[in-house]
Each structure stands twice: as structure tokens, then as C-alpha cells.
Design a protein around this ligand. Sequence first.
Ligand SMILES: Cc1cc2nc3c(=O)[nH]c(=O)nc-3n(C[C@H](O)[C@H](O)[C@H](O)COP(=O)(O)OP(=O)(O)OC[C@H]3O[C@@H](n4cnc5c(N)ncnc54)[C@H](O)[C@@H]3O)c2cc1C
Length: 375
Amino acid sequence: MKTFDVIVLGLGAHGSSALYHLSKQNIKICGIERFKPPHDFGSSHGQSRIIRQAYHESPMYVPLVKKAYELWNELEQISGRKILLKTGGIILGNENSNVVRGARLSAETHDVPYEYLNNQEIAKRFPALKPTEDTVAVVEQSAGILFPEECIKINLQLAEKNGAELLLNEIVESIHIKTDWVEITTNKDTYAAEKLIVSVGAWLSDLLPELRLPLTVKRQVLFWFKNTDEQRQLFIKPEHLPIFIWQYTNEHIFYGFPDLGNGLKIAPHHEGQSIHPDLLSKEVFEDEIDQMKNILNNYFSISAVFNFSDVCMYTNTPDEHFIIDYYPSNKNIIIASPCSGHGFKFSSAIGEILSNMATEKDLDFNISPFRINRF
Ligand SMILES: Cc1cc2nc3c(=O)[nH]c(=O)nc-3n(C[C@H](O)[C@H](O)[C@H](O)COP(=O)(O)OP(=O)(O)OC[C@H]3O[C@@H](n4cnc5c(N)ncnc54)[C@H](O)[C@@H]3O)c2cc1C
């Protein structure tokens, strides 16, 4: 049986980053992945991910995202490739909306510079946007766009260059806990490791059913729309439109990205149906496209024409905070489900945390809010 110091299961956003950070140490490591990453069957595809600091979900994420920025910058320098485009960000809603109040709270708690705009200031500064009268906005200059496929590719290339073994197109079927090591059976072979990081995204409940984790996997559609209004073409380019998150009713949020070449990218947040990840269909229906077109008509001053779509998955916890913890009865297994639709931006920092957990180093961050026993 092949043996390793650490094996990482699943090489998406967090697994590829964990493998890269582990590969900087002098240990024998491998990553096992059911597809060939980056791929578009999990949660980390679709050309772009938002990164921002005025974090409306909770101020506790701000130190983590600041660390993530540092590590993304470091990865850009080491690889010599572009992975982060700073566009700034605009968070919109009424003054009592969760996103606006939350963004201001995080910014004020952690000294993130921001501006607070009323509806007229928003329309003047960002002519693609059509705010309603009660809309206000938090504008943050440090926000921007990560290129997720490129991030994963770089993590894996660097890890392999540093000596990590990559076992691709290999499906992990079961994990067997031994006294002081772990055995992993795949569709091809059996491996042993002292430590295991399980970062299999939407398939986590399939691989560890005994933990009965309260996870729900949801189908999420992404849409790209071209602007056919010649005179307003420039308004959706990154020079005039930052990344946006808009809470347009109490229960509904959409978010999106300026036009990087394929049109404006826009998507609803947390509205998909529950699915099993093996049954994810890429088919997108006319009524879904129409719904998004209505949103564009109501909240944007452009002539939007549908270009194409993609489908991805959120793996949600009930409180929408992450899971980063040890297996309840065994510290040799580390479990990571940092998703709930907002985990990518942190993956540079979470990969380092997972690597430190596996090599029993001190952690720079308090992971207690992410423990499994909170459920
Ligand atoms: C549409 C969409 C938009 C999002 N927007 C943002 C955003 O703007 N900003 C942000 O920060 N976050 C965003 N997120 C969330 C973020 O993308 C996810 O939190 C993150 O990608 C999750 O990474 P992961 O490593 O947990 O999962 P994944 O990247 O999916 O990786 C899991 C990997 O495990 C592999 N695997 C599964 N089972 C097995 C097995 N049995 N054997 C071997 N390999 C296996 C899978 O093939 C996959 O490659 C978004 C998510 C979606 C879906």
C-alpha cells in the first residue's frame, strides 16, 4: 500500500490550496481528485469569484479575508500570473437591509475604508445601475474579482513542482479510520496516510455519511448578458462598474461582475433547488433566463441580451457559516466545507489553515465558529 504523511481528498478551491501549502514543507503528500481540475462539475468554476472586505455576513471574516488577500498577492508574485483584478465593490439595498448594515458593521469594526452613497450618487457614479429611491450603497475600493480556474491551476502546478503527487480521475470511495493512521480506498487503489484533509465540496455528506452533517447542496445558475445599447457599452466595463451585491427585497439578493469580455455576469444568491451533486444538470430553462432579464430591466440602465449560462453548486450549512474542524472522534482527519456560497475568496488562507492543522502547527485564526458541534 502506498503511504503518505498527508493526503488531500478533493482538489477544488480549498483542497488545491491546502496541497500547495503542504507542499512547501518537507513531507510526503498527495491529492486525490475524481475529475481533472479545474473542472466545471463542482463549486469552483464560472470564470470569476468576488473578493471583498466589508463583509456583510459577519465581521469575524474580515481578518481571514485580509490574510487571504496577502496570500493571493503572494501566489500572483510566485506564479507571475494574474489571479486578482481589483474593480472595487458596491453593496446595495435599503438602509436597513442585511447587506448594507452588515457591510458597514464589518468595515467599521475592522477599519475597512468605504463610502456610503444615496440613490442619486449611485446613479451618477455608476451609470449602468438604476437604484430605486430608497436604495443606498456601501462602496469599497479593495473589492475585486478572482479567477477561480486559474487559482486552482496555479495551486496544483506549484504543489506538483514542489513534489506533491496528484492522483486525478480517481474517485475516493471510502475512508477507514485506524488507531493512528487512515486508510483510503478509491476506485483504483488503497492508500494510507497519517493525516487526511477531506475537502470534497458538494460530495462531503456522501463520503462521511456517519457524521450526518446538516448540509444542503443547491443548484446555482450563472448568467452572462451582453449590452446591446451601443452608447452605454462602456458603462458595464470594469472601469465604470465594480462587482455588485444587491439585496432588492428582504429575502432576495443578486450579485454580479462587470463585463470582462463575455458580457455582464449576474446570478441570484441562494435560490437554487436542492439536488444531489451526481445529478447536477447544466440545462437552464427559459423562465430562469426571463427572471434574470426582469431583474436587469428593473435595476440596470442597459439593453441586456442573454449570451450564455453555466450551473454550479452551493453546499450550505444551516447558518451559512463554514465547517473547518477535525473529525469528531479522530484528530487525524480534518474536514473542510467552506462554502455556503461565499468560500472561494478565503481559499488561499483556508488552505494554509488546513495545512497547519494537518501538520499540527499553531493556527493564526480561531476556527471555533466553524466547529461541527455548533449544529
Ligand atoms: C455559482 C457560485 C458562485 C459563487 N460565488 C462566490 C464568490 O463570488 N465569492 C466567493 O468567495 N465564493 C463564491 N462561491 C463559493 C465558492 O466558489 C465555494 O465556496 C468554493 O468554490 C468551494 O470550494 P471547495 O473546495 O469546497 O469545493 P470544490 O471546489 O467543488 O472542490 C471539491 C472537489 O472535490 C472533488 N471530489 C468530490 N468527491 C470526490 C471523491 N469522492 N473523490 C475524489 N474527489 C472528489 C470534486 O470533484 C471537486 O473538485 C460561489 C459558488 C458558486 C457555486
